[in-house]
Design a protein around this ligand. Structure first.
Ligand code: NAD
Length: 468
């Protein structure tokens, strides 16, 4: 911990003692990091200190430092290029390193931060393959430091309500679950514009995206996944698919920004349209080579846009899951079959594309394709009339989840345990990604895959809550 500030406006308790501020460094300053940096330097600045940024792109870090010194009312912080990450740890001595880089690099920063004696919070997915997962578990075991995975889905009030209903036995013991997730032609397409479209970088969407969904089911059921069988195909995005359905005209340019021919293209993303996009991505193209707006109908995409799988849990439940990435609607439909009834949970809330873009800049949100219907939970007990579960209105990013999650990360009085078990550590992070990793393996082999063959995650444990 740092010595903190002298008593004053930033030491509201007025006890005369300087507050011990938690020192936090970020690696990965792309679109998502702002959701976690902003609260550190605003709401929670009395007890937290942003001590450093690290990224491949100096221009992206400069964009963040501009925000920090400008509209966020903080100050610029030391910015370290990616090859000086260890130096950042040595010089800035963070207590916690927050990992927000591209998925395939998470493990490297998690392991190095742990070995330097830091705690880690990592964005989902914890990592992208079994070997990297084992490296994280080994480093955690060797160092004893804490790893948390930012599974914001768990923290959305509606989803917590589902957990509460199941835990309270509203429909008895759950025997099977169906989860259908739809990504629309707006949000879903966005994964095909950039690094996510390469399996080596995202682990495919069965890891990058579905990790949220697999984590939800693990947590809702308090169950540990055991075996997976999956199918996956690329049927919509990519050049060949567009040409085959007569959309060849949409394949004619490599990217959208500055392309007159793309004017009427519904898949177009123009980075020049938003000041944030210009600062964060356009200005950083030269130093990072990262193109944020590549044509979704190009060659070389090697992930699936349609996936379906079955999961069997150690306690016998079965999940039937599907993800489609080219839907006119965005949201999910989950049904739970219990031995005393059924719960149906729907959320069609429109898409939320994360990046360092403020609400006012969310132009893409206004495009068609994200019909919001809201969320509802219905319970159908056996032999009784069904009912809709009343819920208070929620506001904020990701259905109010980000705000509650940030409080759990940064508030000095945040409880150490959570009534609904929403804290997810490295083992629970692993239990989620392993479903996707096994799914990818199953698609390759056309066979069911046992998760313990990939990573032997506490073979004696039966319930998710037994895992850290
Ligand atoms: N929970 C959520 O709802 C949610 C939403 C969006 C993103 N995310 C996660 O946040 C992370 C970042 O996503 P994003 O949307 O900000 O992506 P992004 O592409 O906008 O940013 C990624 C950043 O990582 C940097 N980077 C890449 N390789 C690096 C390396 N080797 N070393 C250092 N920096 C490197 C890039 O330069 C870029 O600044 C991802 O893991 C993603 O899964 C989570």
């Amino acid at each position: 911990m740092s010595p903190g500030l002298a008593p004053g406006p930033e030491n509201p308790h007025g006890d005369g003692l300087p507050p011990m501020k938690k020192r936090i460094a970020f690696v990965g300053t792309g679109g998502r990091a702002l959701s976690f940096i902003e609260p550190v330097v605003t709401t929670y600045r009395a007890t937290n200190e942003l001590v450093g940024l690290c990224d491949l792109s100096p221009a992206r870090m400069a964009y963040y430092n501009g925000l920090l010194a400008g509209e966020l009312g903080y100050h610029a912080v030391p910015a370290y290029p990616a090859d000086r990450f260890d130096e950042m740890l040595r010089k800035e001595k963070p207590d916690t390193v927050f990992v927000c880089t591209k998925d395939s690099t998470h493990h490297d920063y998690i392991v190095r931060a742990l070995e330097a004696g830091c705690d880690v919070i990592t964005e989902k997915p914890m990592t992208t393959d079994a070997a990297k997962c084992r490296a994280i578990l080994d480093a955690q075991r060797a160092t004893g430091r804490r790893v948390r995975v930012a599974f914001n889905y768990r923290w959305a009030p509606f989803r917590t309500k589902v957990k509460e209903l199941i835990a309270n036995g509203a429909i008895g013991r759950i025997r099977s679950v169906n989860l259908e997730y739809l990504l629309d032609t707006n949000h879903g397409a966005d994964y095909f514009r950039r690094w996510h479209a390469q399996a080596a970088e995202s682990g495919t969407l069965l890891v990058h995206k579905s990790t949220h969904h697999f984590d939800l089911v693990n947590w809702w059921l308090d169950a540990i996944p055991a075996q997976v069988f999956a199918y996956g195909d690329l049927v919509f995005y990519g050049k060949k698919n567009a040409e085959a359905r007569g959309d060849g005209a949409l394949t004619k340019y490599p990217r959208y920004t500055g392309e007159p021919a793309a004017k009427g293209d519904p898949f177009r993303l123009d980075l020049d349209e938003s000041a944030s996009f210009r600062g964060l991505y356009r200005a950083a193209e030269a130093d990072s080579g990262y193109l944020r707006d590549r044509n979704v109908f190009r060659d070389g995409i090697d992930i699936h846009d349609q996936m379906s799988l079955n999961v069997r849990y150690r306690t016998g439940e079965v999940l039937t899951y599907s993800l489609v990435c080219y839907s006119p609607r965005e949201g999910m439909r989950v049904t739970f079959n219990g031995d005393r009834g059924r719960i149906e949970y729907h959320e069609f809330i429109g898409s939320h594309m994360n990046r360092a873009v403020r609400e006012k800049d969310f132009k893409i949100e206004e495009k068609p394709g994200s019909e919001a219907e809201g969320e509802w939970i219905k319970v159908y007990p056996h032999f009784q009339t069904g009912y809709t579960v009343p819920m208070p209105p929620v506001a904020g990013a990701h259905g109010g989840a980000d705000e509650i999650l940030n409080r759990s990360f940064y508030a000095p009085d945040a409880p150490a345990t959570d009534q609904w078990g929403r804290f997810a550590g490295h083992e629970q992070g692993a239990a989620s990604i392993l479903v996707g990793i096994a799914g990818v393996e199953s698609i390759k082999r056309n066979q069911p895959v046992n998760l313990t063959d990939l990573v032997p995650l506490r073979p004696e444990a039966r319930h998710l809550s037994e895992l850290v």
